[in-house]
Design a protein around this ligand. Structure first.
Ligand code: NAP
Length: 262
């Protein structure tokens, strides 16, 4: 993995209209970066574009659903047209669903997988030729601690994050020969709009966690990891402990998480 500075680099960021994506965009603006920002809520992106420019960055808005191939193509075409290459792709857009797998629908599973797995996978594929033309290029996948240890009532979300974890590990090895790095970021609970935007919560509700990190903290750690050339980061001690408990003592971890299924 390559050490790099993010200053002045060219980024695509999905899911930039709120939470972690917005915090990343604003922190990168302070470092004079050029950003193509994406999400579905165009008016929010236009407001963000103005804030980015006030802070010294540059931004181009590409609004649209990242699970639509036309939006993904528009993101890649915009980077090609404006810059002729790309330094950093941040796959951040994500959604959740809550409730029992058995009583849920195929539609719920497909929606979560489309946004959290197929969209970043296919956006990555079409951006590889652009990244090859970039400077110290890197793909950043915003995953979750639930990509390392699954929990009940979030089956679709956990499956989608395990999938992006697997893809990240596989392509990190493949893209090494092209000089493209891959970073997997695994936040724990973060105080964003994520919980309001859960697509289905008929079967339960998210419990508020008092120790949630801020999106700004996640963004700061992500930028530091890009600069250090890390492969993977876990963003809380509790997340780290949970993952290692599962690796070292999986039966006990199963018993612990089973309590949340009731
Ligand atoms: N919050 C947490 O506790 C937590 C923990 C671990 C990992 N994460 C991960 O962190 C990432 C960012 O989440 P967040 O916490 O910042 O939540 P958030 O505030 O809800 O942000 C999600 C972003 O994704 C965008 N988005 C959702 N569906 C989209 C679609 N189909 N096409 C394009 N953009 C879409 C949303 O914008 P629009 O609605 O405008 O499209 C929004 O900008 C996600 O991948 C999430 O899984 C979050």
């Amino acid at each position: 993995m390559t050490k790099r500075s993010v200053s002045g680099k060219r980024f695509i960021i999905t899911g930039a209209s709120s939470g972690i994506g917005k915090a990343l965009a604003l922190q990168l603006a302070e470092r004079k970066c050029s950003l193509v920002i994406n999400a579905r809520r165009a008016e929010r992106l236009t407001g963000l574009q103005a804030e980015i420019e006030q802070r010294g960055g540059k931004a181009i808005v590409v609004a649209g659903d990242v699970s639509d191939p036309a939006t993904r193509q528009n993101l890649a075409t915009t980077a090609q047209r404006e810059w002729g290459g790309l330094d950093v792709l941040i796959n951040n857009a994500g959604i959740g669903a809550l409730g029992n797998f058995a009583s849920a629908s195929e539609d719920r599973l497909r929606k979560v997988m489309e946004v959290n797995f197929f969209a970043p996978a296919e956006l990555t594929r079409i951006c590889i030729p652009l990244l090859e033309k970039g400077t110290q290029p890197i793909i950043v996948n915003i995953s979750s601690v639930l990509a390392h240890r699954a929990v009940p009532l979030k089956s679709e979300y956990c499956a989608s994050k395990f999938a992006i974890h697997g893809l990240s590990d596989a392509i990190r090895a493949e893209l090494d020969t092209l000089g493209i790095d891959v970073l997997l970021v695994s936040p724990s609970t973060t105080a964003s709009e994520f919980f309001e935007n859960v697509i289905d919560k008929t079967d339960g509700k998210y419990k508020k966690m008092s120790n949630a990190k801020t999106p700004e903290y996640v963004a700061k750690r992500t930028i530091r990891a890009i600069e250090r050339g890390n492969h993977e980061i876990l963003l809380s001690w509790s997340g780290w402990a949970f993952v290692w408990l599962d690796r070292l003592w999986p039966g006990f971890a199963d018993q612990m998480v089973a309590r949340f299924a009731k």
